[in-house]
Write a protein that binds this ligand. Structure first.
Ligand SMILES: C[S@@+](CC[C@H](N)C(=O)[O-])C[C@H]1O[C@@H](n2cnc3c(N)ncnc32)[C@H](O)[C@@H]1O
Length: 265
């Protein structure tokens, strides 16, 4: 009797049909059409400038000929665009919500103060341990950072999760594809079922797959056709397209005029 009183109630069932909506646009242009305070979580992984350096010295050879990419490699997003990006991310995120940014150590030092200037509180870098060593010559790369930012104040759902997340790197996937398991931890920590997760640089849509797997909704964007096609295929296996998820009125007249915000399917 006493034992059954101690049992924790099961978590609420996630919504039956998590929804997603995809867009093809420049990330900042896309965000400009998203309403203020309308998003519950941002997980994103821009193609940061320092990747170019690794490519120039030949440490990212695999990425030049990815199976998933006919255009060899995607454009980088220059550091001097971080200010406009973080201003928009801060504006669209609701209060008391989180933002996670995948990046390397070099980009962390550039991105952190710009995100703080936009209004975010920086908590700490989370380490994604890729288990096996990767390219490079000096202490070959085995980790990447995920910068953990907050707007307002929101308690993480599980205070027992460590700041090192271990998940094997994705082999032969989309260039720099991130494991779904990592985004699932971030999403579980920072949202409730039915909330809206976005990724303005979604690539193969890993953050979206994580969101839909957990009964959250997802709004994704990328400027590359290949990314749209790969992520659409993946997301259709776990969720449903919605044309209303990010309401047309939330997209704003500018986006419509520019032809942005088109649903891909
Ligand atoms: C590092 S990849 C994202 C990989 C993704 N996290 C995954 O797991 O597949 C970055 C993506 O940003 C896209 N991209 C580059 N510049 C962009 C821009 N200005 N606006 C939107 N997307 C952009 C690229 O096409 C690429 O798909």
């Amino acid at each position: 009797m006493a034992h059954s009183q101690l049992q924790v109630p099961p978590p609420p069932e996630p919504p039956d049909n998590p929804k997603f909506q995809l867009f093809e646009s420049d990330a900042v242009d896309w965000l400009r059409g998203v309403a203020d305070d309308s998003v519950d979580l941002i997980i994103t992984d821009p193609p940061y400038e320092s990747l170019e350096k690794h490519r120039a010295i030949g440490t990212t050879t695999r990425l030049k000929n990815s199976k998933a990419s006919s255009n060899q490699w995607f454009d980088i997003f220059p550091n001097d665009r971080f200010e406009e990006l973080f201003d928009e991310l801060y504006r669209v995120l609701k209060r008391d919500r989180h933002f996670y940014l995948f990046c390397d150590a070099e980009t962390m030092f550039v991105a952190k103060p710009i995100a703080e200037k936009a209004g975010f509180k920086f908590w700490k870098p989370i380490v994604w341990d890729k288990v096996a060593i990767g390219m490079g010559y000096h202490y070959r790369a085995r980790y990447e950072f995920i910068l953990f930012f907050e707007k307002g104040k929101r308690k993480l759902n599980n205070l027992g999760i460590p700041d090192i997340l271990t998940a094997k790197r994705v082999y032969r996937g989309y260039p720099t594809e991130k494991p779904v398991e990592v985004s699932e931890i971030l999403t579980e920590q920072s949202t409730q079922p039915g909330e809206l997760v976005i990724d303005p640089f979604m690539g193969s849509g890993s953050a979206g797959v994580a969101a839909l797997n957990l009964g959250r909704n997802f709004g994704g964007n990328d400027k590359c056709d290949e990314a749209l096609s790969v992520s659409q295929t993946r997301l259709l296996e776990v969720g449903e397209v919605s044309e209303q998820l990010m309401q047309p009125n939330e997209l704003g007249p500018d986006n419509v005029q520019l032809g942005l915000g088109e649903v891909v399917v």
